[in-house]
Design a protein around this ligand. Sequence first.
Ligand code: NAP
Length: 551
Amino acid sequence: MSRTTSTERSAMAGEIDVVIVGAGFGGMYMLHRLRGLGLSAIVFDVASGVGGTWYWNRYPGARCDVESMQYSYAFDETLQQEWQWSELFAGQPEILRYANYVADRFDLRRDMRFETRVTDAVFDPATRRWAVRTDRGDALSARHCVMATGCLSAARMPDFPGRDSFKGQTYHTGYWPHEGVDFTGKRVAVIGTGSSAIQSIPVIAQQAEHVTVFQRTPNFSIPSRNGPMSESYARSWKDSYPAKRAEARMTRNGILANPLDKSAIETPEAERLTIYEQRWASGGTTFMAAFNDLIVNKASNDTAAEFVRNKIREMVKDPATAELLAPTNHPIGTKRICVDTDYYLTYNQPNVSLVDVRHTPIEAITPDGVMVGGKEYKVDAIVFATGFDAMTGALTRINIVGRDGATLVQEWEAGPRTYLGLMCAGFPNLFMITGPGSPSVLSNMMVSIEQHVDWITDCLASLRDRQMDCIEPTRAAQDAWVEHVNEVAHTTLYPSAASWYMGANIEGKPRVFMPYIGGVGAYRQKCDAVAAAGYEGFVLSGPARVAAAAE
Ligand code: NAP
């Protein structure tokens, strides 16, 4: 997890309109739009290049689980016409190339400073500006801050006793070495069976002498059916991109998935199974769009879950391993559904074994391996596919101090509280891209990122038109939104799973369903309506009115 600083530069100081934290897809597009407004902006990122999540997550098999034709920027028609994806679901290297291509094409790097961690952002009510500091000595005074810090960017390493005593190599999927890792002839432990593990295990198993997977909770995974992008398929998107993008923006999760408006449980069994078979054959996360009630009706959900469990039983030859891999402790889709290439089939290989650490947890990491139930599994390398402090981790790791001196950590002690997932009461002029309380991780991130960036851009333009320079949500609007987010979440099966959506993967983190599940279409309409009503629920102020702001 260490980083090297390869570039020397002098520290920045002075005033700027906007500091953007993060050079992933959110920060990149934000910079582009702010330049369009004529505002001065600078982007800081710890990484040495653009790409955010796709910069860090270089583990073997890393691949997007949203189709490339949909997981790409829509803001520039020429860009979306000229870029050619080589596969239906792009792999990490290709997505990173795309990010770099966009950075070059829009000349973004000249306003980016890499290998720089933003450490503090402190609001000064007197000047209505943020004092932003970095670990490279930068000290800027910014009118606005945009936190484009990503939802899954604060990697999480469980504190296993003896972790540092291990003599071999350790890796976290979220901080994979840039030069790659050669596992040839190695005995490898993989801890975790979330999306990152499910993608990497089949690839590591092609190389390693032996892979031992330590599984606490099995996950549902759907085959991606990835393949080369045909010219005709790409053309079918490009010929009607604007219309397709517009349609996707009004869907539930920002992905065109041909949802069937029919209840699973009310559909006769034979027909239901045919529909599941068709979805399974076409693959991908859109499996969950097979029926309209899979995420709200437990009986319907059970039919989909059992269908997938039966597929696992068919694929995995050893019945005991198959049963271990078949998830039974959460409804399908309530933990992020995984998408794989040959994940379950990998367990038929003689060099792959599965260890259940739910009933007998990992006791310790030893100098030679992993200790479970008094048995030591000797390995040469350990891959921690143990996830992230999702949605809030990247924000709370920065010392963000608001108007009244309270930190964001203090404000969010009982769980994140935001208005629309965009702003937080007490923290004027600080925006979040895909923050908690917005559809975010439940959606096609590209769609949600563009919607937030566009909304923030319009908001800053509107402030300028009104000769205002400060915006902050009221506590009342924020409270009402938080209540709505919770209410909608509890009409679904989501809160029943101990997921990272609920903060359940981090010890001591409040159990609150963090993203907004009302759908990206409905959410967009709400955000637009708020803006059209003169930023309803926000207090806008200028130099003379700031003292009265946000009571
Ligand atoms: P994750 O889903 O949080 O999975 C972490 C895994 O580590 C879980 O299986 C967890 O078990 C296990 N684990 C954690 N602490 C453990 C411990 N002390 N002992 C044993 N096992 C432990 O993390 P992820 O796989 O990195 O994925 C996170 C999210 O990133 C995904 O849900 C997805 O949204 C995104 N992602 C997307 C893609 C894609 O687009 N294809 C790929 C990778 C990731 P428990 O479940 O029991 O906690």
